[in-house]
Design a binder for this molecule. Structure first.
Ligand code: COA
Length: 312
């Protein structure tokens, strides 16, 4: 039996920063941001609200959605590049707060591909019968590494968290195939520098993302013995609406078959795919037995994709 997602949760901070708010402090416009990126607003954590606080809230929601208690979790994997400190890890911080007394805990670093990487790592532990239930979290407080004077990047990112419980699901459902990839030669195009600021070559990242998202989606479908026609719903990393649309067109999917939450949250990096899944489920866009393709890309450079059949 395959591992799959049996519960999912999200958390975004209360404060909303709109494009119109940004117009007042940066040489930019609501119109430029909307047409070039699809973003209208993003949520920003309070100063005393740390990455681990966001992670904890999302994890609690995922456990509740799965109908589980924290002591049933065997391992916690947190994907983040904005941890509170180098160590203890965010995973250890939430292990304590959740009361997950049986769980091992570790953080992993795969930037915006973090949700996919964490899910795939969890799948290995579940399918090898090492752990029955693994809790994964994708979380970022990117507002603390954004240079708020740099219009190239300040408009793009938002804070947020998502979490999922990965466990065995019924026959035929769950993760059917996956792909993880990396190209360290492109690391220079997207990074957090020594001053703790995000630096990005937008055009290079854009080209890479358009190419890689499409290819990875096709690859995981082939690995699962599926074709483009089998796809019911696409959940791409929410980085730029134009990148997402290119992936959708590559799969030949109609507009309403792709997740679109970027206008509300901006790019929440490791959290974005999980946040989208929560909203899409609530909206009824994803139903049991739907073939769903998740695709992510990000700093590293990294990328990853998963084809799964939804449902417990
Ligand atoms: N507001 C107004 N104008 C802006 C601007 C902003 N926030 N940012 C850039 N511009 C200007 C540029 O200075 C440039 O002006 P010029 O023509 O006078 O030189 C013009 O807009 C076009 O800039 P360009 O960089 O070519 O825009 P673009 O269409 O490539 O869009 C990004 C820029 C960053 C939105 C786009 O490249 C992108 O999304 N890249 C991928 C980034 C990403 O996904 N990162 C996260 C990965 S996980």
């Amino acid at each position: 039996m395959n591992a799959g997602i049996i519960g999912i949760g999200k958390y975004v901070p209360k404060k909303v920063l709109t494009n119109v708010d940004l117009e007042k402090v940066l040489d930019t416009s609501d119109e430029w941001i909307r047409t070039r990126t699809g973003i209208e607003a993003r949520h920003i954590a309070a100063e005393d609200e740390e990455t681990s606080d966001l992670a904890y809230e999302a994890a609690k929601n995922a456990l509740e959605h799965a109908g589980m208690t924290a002591d049933q979790i065997g391992l916690i994997i947190v994907a983040t590049v904005t941890q509170d400190q180098n160590f203890p890890s965010v995973a250890c911080q939430i292990q304590e707060r959740l009361g997950a007394k049986q769980a091992g805990a570790m953080d992993i670093s795969a930037a915006c591909s973090g949700f996919i990487y964490a899910t795939v790592v969890a799948k290995q532990f579940v399918e090898s019968n090492s752990y029955e239930h693994v809790l994964i979290v994708g979380v970022e407080k990117l507002s603390k590494v954004v240079d708020w004077e740099d219009r190239n990047t300040a408009i793009l990112f938002g804070d947020g968290a998502s979490a999922a419980v990965i466990s065995k699901v019924s026959e035929g459902r769950g993760i059917l195939s996956f792909e993880l990839g990396a190209d360290g030669t492109g690391g220079k195009h997207l990074l957090i520098d020594q001053q703790n600021n995000i630096q990005m070559n937008g055009r290079e990242v854009f080209k890479f993302a358009v190419r890689q998202m499409g290819e990875s989606a096709i690859n995981v479908l082939e690995k699962a013995g599926l074709t483009k026609e089998d796809v019911d719903f696409l959940v791409p990393h929410q980085a730029n609406i134009r990148i997402m649309e290119a992936a959708r067109e590559r799969l030949g999917l109609p507009e309403d078959k792709m997740s679109k939450t970027i206008h509300k949250y901006g790019n929440t990096s490791a959290a974005s795919i999980g946040i989208s899944l929560v909203d899409d489920l609530q909206a009824g866009y994803i139903k049991d037995d739907d073939v769903v393709v998740l695709i992510g890309f990000g700093g590293g450079l990294t990328w990853g994709a998963i084809a799964l059949k939804w449902g417990k």
